[in-house]
Design a protein around this ligand. Structure first.
Ligand SMILES: *[C@@H]1O[C@H](CO)[C@@H](O)[C@H](O)[C@H]1NC(C)=O
Ligand SMILES: *[C@@H]1O[C@H](CO)[C@@H](O)[C@H](O)[C@H]1NC(C)=O
Length: 419
């Protein structure tokens, strides 16, 4: 690899007329919440958040709109005004020489918005109000088949060591990495799906309403099941491995979801754009075409502050930085594929053992109405794991949501977290 990212590759080598822009930024908070997967309470594993400065476990479109700032914006450091979206991804840990786990701090993010692919553009060309999605899958531990001809193209890990010497590629963690001192550092990146079913945001099954294009993950055609094309998102997270150089065992990377391979990297997007802004930025004759959103017209910035100042507190107070004896929550480090899914264990639990369940039950506090969903494999997506997963969720009262997931795999059997 000699270029800095797949995004740059695609944008320079691909269609010359791609309309796109890039947001830059920092974290708002590190917390074990997940307003999409575990709304209303503690989540399963730790995440780093970007975007709206008021993110919490209850966030939705209306609450995000009330944020007074965003931790992303133009390259010079000023927050964007019109985007109060929230973005998040798992934290990365390394094992210190004495066996403890240290969180690798992040020192920047790049979020690409690209008008890519073929399929019926959503009119207007923006995410619907309330839209949210997850890219990738926390439970996979190996290369996934995105299409019959295209593997490993969802995630990418690249260690940037000099302008011309990089280690890593699409897929999982590269081996032998000790320091990545060149911007954008140890870069964990992920492509989001952009083909929508045109119907819902699937609050209770955050994968099935969107799909990847067939063929090229950006420029391919949307499948018939998900014909509506939304803006394409590509997120890069810069992990500051150099700050821990010499303090950790080589090849000890592990994501907060217990993944030592890197394939289980994932990311979440909760739309918080002011309506009517994205269509101007990404379509039409004045659409943006720049690596800096600061060059785009139709969008404004808060020049009184730097995005790094837009932070919030982790209300579920626990040590997510380390040195830790084990990962926060119940996240056994495992290469079992798919990995077991276990409870969103209580605040303060570290190293709770989630023995691989054949079935398990989780509860969250989200009020909702009764629903039942069955997830089936979308033949054109990379989510082949879904062929072995059936999800049934039933809301039993106005305050308690029970969800039961049955994983029919060869995973060892257990039912709970040990804490
Ligand atoms: C283990 O190593 C980490 C990182 O060098 C250090 O911060 C921590 O104090 C050490 N812990 C023990 C118990 O020696
Ligand atoms: C988080 O804590 C802050 C400060 O104590 C408080 O203002 C806020 O309401 C809390 N948010 C949630 C969602 O609990």
């Amino acid at each position: 690899m000699k270029t800095t990212s797949a995004a740059l590759l695609a944008l320079t080598a691909g269609s010359a007329s791609a309309q796109f822009f890039v947001l830059y930024g920092r974290d708002t908070v590190v917390s074990r919440i997940d307003p999409i997967i575990s709304p209303g309470g503690i989540g399963m594993h730790a995440h780093e958040f970007m975007g709206a400065g008021n993110i919490d476990q209850n966030s939705d479109y209306d609450s995000l709109q009330k944020s007074t700032c965003s931790s992303v914006g133009r390259a010079n450091g000023n927050p964007i005004i019109e985007d109060k979206s929230a973005y998040w991804h798992p934290t990365l840990y390394v094992k210190a020489n004495n066996g403890t786990y240290l969180r690798v701090p992040t020192n920047g993010h790049q979020i690409y918005y690209i008008n890519a692919g073929t399929g019926q553009m959503r009119e207007p060309f923006e995410f619907p109000k309330g839209f949210r999605m997850t890219a990738g899958n926390a439970y996979i531990r190996a290369a996934q088949e995105h299409t019959p001809t295209n593997k490993d193209d969802i995630t990418q890990w690249i260690c940037h060591q000099s302008p011309s010497w990089n280690q890593g590629t699409q897929g999982g963690f590269p081996k032998g990495v000790t320091s990545c001192s060149q911007y954008p550092y140890f870069n964990g990146a992920i492509e989001f799906p952009h083909c929508w079913n045109g119907k819902d945001f699937n609050l209770n099954s955050p994968y099935s309403h969107v799909a990847y294009p067939v063929g090229d993950i950006r420029n391919g055609a949307c499948p018939d099941t998900h014909p509506i094309r939304l803006p394409h998102l590509f997120m890069e997270n810069n992990y500051d491995l150099s700050s821990l150089e010499g303090q950790f065992e080589v090849d000890s990377f592990v994501l907060s979801n217990g993944d030592p391979t890197g394939y289980g990297f994932h990311a979440d997007f909760f739309n918080g754009w002011q309506e009517g802004v994205l269509p101007d930025l990404l379509s039409g004759s004045n659409a943006c075409d720049s690596h800096d959103v600061g060059d785009c017209s139709g969008v404004t910035f808060d020049s009184s502050m730097n995005w790094a100042q837009c932070t919030t507190t982790n209300n579920f107070s626990e040590d997510l930085d380390g040195p830790l004896s084990a990962l926060p929550g119940c996240n056994a480090i495992t290469t079992v594929n798919p990995a077991p899914q276990c409870k969103a264990c209580a605040v303060g639990v570290v190293g709770g053992q989630c023995n691989a369940p054949s079935s398990m039950t989780t509860s969250t506090k989200k009020a909702s109405s009764t629903f039942k969903t069955t997830t089936k494999a979308a033949s054109s997506t990379m989510q082949t794991w879904q062929t072995t997963t059936t999800t049934t969720r039933t809301v039993t009262s106005t305050t308690t949501q029970q969800s039961t997931t049955t994983v029919t795999s060869d995973a060892p059997k257990s039912t709970d977290c040990d804490y």
